[in-house]
Each structure stands twice: as C-alpha cells, then as structure tokens.
Design a protein around this ligand. Structure first.
Ligand SMILES: [Zn+2]
Length: 269
C-alpha cells in the first residue's frame, strides 16, 4: 500500500474513496469475508453518510482519496463492525493498521480543537497543511504529538518490569513517561526511571520509535543498563516492580506495542 499525506481531495467525487469512520475510539471496518478487516469504501457505507461529522481529508491511498469522519451514534451496518484499534491489530495488514492509527490521532485532534484557544472563534481545517486555523485571529494549531520515552532496563540477564496502576489485569511492562519541556530524551529516561523505580542507569541507547495515538503520543524507545540503587516504587503510578529473568516472566504487553518489541529484543539476545 502506498500512502501520500494530503490536505485536499485530488478528485471531486467521493467514489471510490476509503473512509475511516470513528465512533469515539472505535473504527468501522468491513468484515465481509471474516478472515480479515478492511477500511470500507463510501459505496459500502453510504447509508450512514448523513450522520458523518468532523470530516477531514487524509490523503491518497494507492491512488484513491481517503477521508476521516466521526459518528455520534454507534449505527449498525451489515458486514461491518466498530472495533477499538488495539483489538484490531493482527486482523488488518500492518500498513493499513498504522494508517488507521494516524486517522484516529487526527480525529481526536480535530474534536479537541473545534474552537480557537486564543479567541474562541470556530476553527477550520487548513487546505495547505495538516493544521487548523482560526479565520478571526489567525491562530494555527498543528496536531499535537506528545513525545514519551519508554525504556528497557537490564541488569545482567534480568530485565526490570513494572505494574502500573493504569494497566489492566496483571500485566507488567517496561518504564515509560512523557518528555517534559526543556528536557533531552536521555534526561527524560533518567528522570522517569528515578521517579518510578528509584534506580540509576547507564549506557542509554536508542532502540526504535512508534506513533501511539491514545490520544497523541510518539513513543521513543531506549535500552539502558542498571547502574546502582534498590527498586523503590512510587506506589502511585507504579504499584509493583521487579527484576525478571527469561524463565519467570509475568503477563506482558501485546505485540502491537513498542514495549513488547523491547522485551522481545531482550528475549532474543
Ligand atoms: Zn482565534
């Protein structure tokens, strides 16, 4: 699949165009053949068209226009279901899955910026760039992207995994947190580790990154080695943390997350 970001439809007509339709954070997908999910064409979903709001152009997908819109009601349609993006992982081709994540990020952004934060006037989607503008005061609002670091800390053949209060079930994962103004990514790694588990680390190395639109993060992943200190949790964000070896791992995050990719990379060493 080839995607080209855009701000204005190339073709005037709406057919054939892909439509990413959201009800809150759930995406409408076609499940006709049951084996995989697809983004519907307008032709498949035109009975819902009158209920669309927050319509915005997304870009060209394999030469076809694509749009994003939201529904305020969870309308039902034969051979289509609404599904949360985390659950959708694995049942849709990866490049389509990550495009759906991009669409999700943009729909949250548009909903949160209906009105100008400076003068209160209604905002409009720009046709020149991925931005919203205020026609009264000229305020320009770009999609907010919040950088967050995520880090796998190792100590010999062990990895540090923690249970955060916000995690569902008994899942344990690596340490993560949002970057603060004025901070480098490496400083953020050190601060988050100190705040959440009270440890000093060394050899901080970049690993990978991943957009995470819940609602607007960009996860920047690192590895680090334990240097000193004893685990001391804050008991607010983190409720438990321990060193784990390969043969006694707790429940881990899903394969969609960069957290799991960090853990898998450590496992495969
Ligand atoms: Zn304004």
């Amino acid at each position: 699949m080839i995607f080209t970001s855009g701000t204005k439809a190339i073709k005037e007509e709406l057919e054939p165009a892909y439509w990413f339709i959201f009800y809150h954070d759930e995406l409408l997908v076609s499940v006709g053949d049951k084996s995989s999910s697809h983004i519907p064409f307008m032709n498949d979903i035109k009975s819902l068209r009158a209920s669309f709001s927050d319509i915005q152009y997304l870009g060209l997908v394999d030469g076809k226009d694509s749009y994003i819109a939201s529904l305020s009601e969870k309308l039902s349609l034969k051979d289509h279901v609404f599904i949360g993006l985390r659950k959708l992982f694995g049942s849709m081709e990866d490049d389509w899955y990550w495009l759906a994540n991009r669409a999700c990020h943009l729909i949250f952004w548009k909903k949160k910026n209906r009105y100008c934060g400076s003068c209160g006037e209604a905002m409009h989607v720009s046709e020149d760039e991925v931005a919203m503008t205020c026609s009264k005061c000229g305020n320009i609002v770009y999609p907010r992207i919040s950088p967050a670091v995520i880090v796998a800390i190792t100590k010999g053949d062990q990895i540090l995994l923690a249970h955060a209060a916000k995690f569902s079930g008994q899942m344990y994962s690596v340490i993560a947190g949002f970057v603060e103004p004025g901070e480098t990514l490496e400083e953020c790694v050190k601060r988050e580790i100190m705040e959440e588990v009270g440890l000093y680390v060394r050899n901080i190395r970049y690993f990978s990154n991943q957009p995470w639109p819940y609602p607007d993060s960009l996860m920047i992943a690192f590895t680090a080695e334990y240097e000193s200190g004893d685990i001391r949790i804050d008991n607010k964000e983190i409720t438990d943390a321990n060193w784990y070896s390969r043969d006694n791992l707790p429940d881990l995050p899903s394969n969609v997350s960069v957290a799991r990719k960090l853990i898998n990379a450590w496992l495969s060493k």
